[in-house]
Design a protein around this ligand. Structure first.
Ligand code: PLP
Length: 273
């Protein structure tokens, strides 16, 4: 019998090295049994040693991709990753309203506010941070910043549980339904504790801190695992808990590739590499 899987749309950039960006999103959707679709925003030139540069896709081509798939195939959940410019962010926000994706619609929408690679290369033009706060966060079911992105977006430097909560409160002011403040980049502690909140519920998700240098694409992979669960009908706390379990295994099984930072691995879900 033919079964059509649930669908998820990623609006994000390409990583020529295949470990982050749309490549991470698509392999995560695939590993979770979800049909992945893409609105490409930018093409990065990168390998395991870092990002050498990028070129953005014309705005009408970005929005055209979203309208094309939403109008025909349908989208069960969507996420954004690298959006590159304020112009792209503004146009994506308007288009999501047109195709009824985002909070207050029946299609959940995850915003991973990608600002820079772990090697410190900017993936967003500077003026675009304000567009992410003003245009995307109010439309988001969930936002998933890491600690560097939290600092850029709110000025809050997270050093432990109380500042993590302060950051979550500051981020919720921008209007998303839920915020996940990921603690993965905190140095202290044996565990990696993420904080999820909608302003009423405060949920701590704790997992082991895994010692590896190969964490490329970790943020994208977690956000797209969460998006996969949302596409299959999970509520936000369930989807985040499932996403965290997924990324833990992906980090534990991350592999070296190239001379720099290797990618996290979703292959375990498929029965190994
Ligand atoms: N390249 C693209 C296209 C991305 O979307 C991202 C992260 O979202 C990166 C690179 C950076 O990945 P990392 O933070 O693992 O270096």
């Amino acid at each position: 019998m033919t079964v059509t899987p649930r669908t998820a749309l990623t609006i994000a950039g390409s990583d020529s090295g295949g470990g982050a960006g749309i490549q991470a999103d698509l392999r995560t959707f695939f590993a979770n049994g979800v049909h992945g679709m893409v609105a490409l925003t930018a093409v990065t030139v990168q390998n395991s040693l870092g990002v050498q540069g990028f070129s953005e896709i014309p705005v009408d081509v970005v929005t055209g991709q979203i309208k094309a798939v939403a109008g025909d195939m349908g989208v069960d959940a969507a996420k954004t990753g690298m959006l590159a410019t304020a112009e792209i962010i503004d146009a994506v926000a308007k288009t999501l309203d047109e195709v009824h994706i985002g909070r207050n619609t029946s299609t959940p929408f995850v915003v991973d506010p990608v600002a820079a690679s772990m090697t410190g290369h900017a993936l967003l033009r500077e003026e675009a941070l304000e567009a992410i706060r003003a245009e995307l966060f109010p439309r988001a079911t969930l936002i998933t910043p890491n600690l560097d992105e939290v600092r850029l977006l709110t000025g809050v430097v997270v050093t432990g549980p109380s500042t993590q909560r302060e950051a979550a409160e500051a981020l919720l002011e921008f209007g998303s339904e839920w915020v996940l403040v990921k603690g993965g980049h905190l140095d202290e502690g044996q565990d990696c504790v993420d904080l999820l909140s909608d302003g009423t519920s405060w949920i701590e998700l704790s997992g082991p801190r895994i010692d590896t240098r190969n964490t490329h694409g970790g943020g994208d992979t977690m956000a797209s695992a969460i998006t996969s669960s949302l596409a299959k009908g999970a509520d936000a706390p369930t989807a985040v808990a499932e996403g965290k379990r997924f990324i833990e295994r992906c980090v534990a099984e991350a592999y070296p590739l190239g001379a720099g930072v290797g990618p996290v691995s979703p292959f375990w879900r498929l029965g190994g590499a």
